[in-house]
Design a protein around this ligand. Structure first.
Ligand SMILES: Nc1nc2c(c(=O)[nH]1)N[C@H]1C(S)=C(S)[C@@H](COP(=O)(O)O)O[C@H]1N2
Ligand SMILES: [Mo]
Length: 401
């Protein structure tokens, strides 16, 4: 399909699916809502996914996809803030504009990006800070994501650092304001602009034009997006068209009001007593997800069963994944893949066992990273008003038949 026809088709085919409501009991954080219905219809370049809205497109990846180290592009989740995404991107005239406190203002075409700079690659997890938000009780504001507002891809592009070097930063330059090609729907609505401190940028931050060896899907930010390995994806700007270098943090709406947690040790608060000071969510905490079996799945009595899933963190790397078949009383080590995808990628795990007892059973997974940080039980995850950074121990309930 031509990119030009994109939204015409999308509007015709994608109806927002009705979603189940939360079944949490009062006062506890529990497992995120799982097993939501997959939409009957698909967006262009996507298979049918869990659909929260079609304008803007909000699509979640179902659990069973998380058995593999890379998430396929056509099943990769989608999140946009603004309903008005450009309907057409002209690859010949598209430019990334670098301006503000630079010696050379740049307008980088896609051809220049692919030919005039060193090309680099990284495998990295992209996870929304609100992933698994539906676990919070009382309900935290925002999209009530299950566990699939995340994915892992192999990205190819150019170091942001190399581009800034080419532009030449002026003395006093400290911040970058980055934005995509979409516009706010009404002029009172703030545009989606993110700010990054220059000290935060390491050599792993890239402007990517390829995802898993292909052009980025339109909904994942064609033609280029920012990739910030180890960090929640709110600043992984899609359809990246503008980078403005400044000397000051500008207190923009989406920086001051979204993607922040309480600035205390537990990063927690209560609805009655919000913590007054907040900080950006930034680096991802340690987490894992079981991809097989899924909730409600059936296992065959006494047959060889392999639990599979993925684990990740903010770049320290995964040391261990443990499995519990008795509700978290005892734990046993899972086998990990060789880690060759690097410290920002999913680490896949496997655990073999034979279910010897008929009836319902629980399977839990807990990841521990190389800093010794581990996932808490879901009920022990502390509440924050934005519903960010849920990383409770994962659990699926299955039946042995
Ligand atoms: N241009 C643009 N980039 C954006 C956003 C957006 O609304 N517009 N949303 C951000 C957020 S909050 C998330 S979770 C990720 C989602 O990336 P995906 O749609 O490729 O999964 O994009 C980020 N980059
Ligand atoms: Mo997000």
């Amino acid at each position: 399909m031509k990119r030009r026809d994109f939204f015409k088709t999308a509007a015709l085919t994608a109806g927002a699916a009705a979603l189940g409501t939360s079944d949490l009991s009062a006062g506890e954080t529990k497992q995120p809502i799982d097993n939501r219905k997959i939409s009957d219809v698909a967006f262009p370049e996507k298979r049918p996914l869990i659909t929260y809205s079609d304008r803007p497109p909000l699509l979640e990846t179902p659990r069973e996809v998380f058995t593999s180290a890379l998430t396929p592009n056509d099943q990769f989740f989608v999140r946009w803030h603004m309903p008005d995404i450009p309907q057409y991107i002209d690859e010949k005239s598209f430019t990334i504009n670098v301006n503000g406190m630079v010696k050379n203002v740049l307008k980088i075409t896609l051809d220049q990006l692919k030919n005039d700079y060193e090309q680099v690659e990284v495998t990295a997890v992209l996870q929304c800070g609100g992933n698994s938000r539906s676990a919070f009780n009382p309900t935290a504001g925002g999209i009530q994501w299950g566990n699939g507002a995340m994915g892992c891809a192999h990205w190819k592009g150019v170091r942001l650092r190399d581009i800034l070097d080419r532009a030449g930063l002026k003395k006093g330059a400290e911040w970058l304001a980055v934005s995509g090609s979409e516009k706010a729907a009404y002029y009172e609505t703030p545009n989606f602009v993110r700010e990054l401190h220059l000290d935060e940028l390491d050599d792993h931050v890239i402007i990517a034009y390829q995802m898993n060896g292909e052009d980025l899907p339109y909904l994942n930010g064609f033609p280029v997006r920012l990739v910030i390995p180890g960090v929640y994806s709110d600043s992984w700007i899609k359809m990246l068209s503008n980078i403005t270098v400044t000397d000051k943090y500008k207190h923009l709406f989406f920086m001051d009001h979204a993607y922040r947690v309480p600035d205390n040790d537990c990063e927690c608060e209560t609805p009655e007593k919000p913590f007054p000071k907040t900080k950006p969510i930034y680096r991802m905490n340690v987490k894992s997800l079981i991809g097989y079996p899924v909730n409600g799945g059936k296992l065959t009595h006494k047959s060889h069963t392999v639990v599979r899933g993925v684990a990740w963190d903010g770049g320290a790397g995964i040391r261990e994944v443990q499995i519990s078949l008795d509700g978290g009383k005892t734990w046993d080590k899972a086998e990990l893949d060789d880690g060759s995808q690097g410290r920002y990628a999913y680490r896949t795990f496997r655990y073999s066992f034979k279910p010897m007892k008929l009836g319902k059973m629980s399977i839990m997974a807990k990841a521990i990273n190389k800093l010794g940080e581990e996932q808490p039980f879901a009920k022990d995850v502390k509440w924050n008003h934005g519903g960010y950074k849920f990383n409770g121990i994962d659990e699926v309930k299955v039946e042995v038949v």
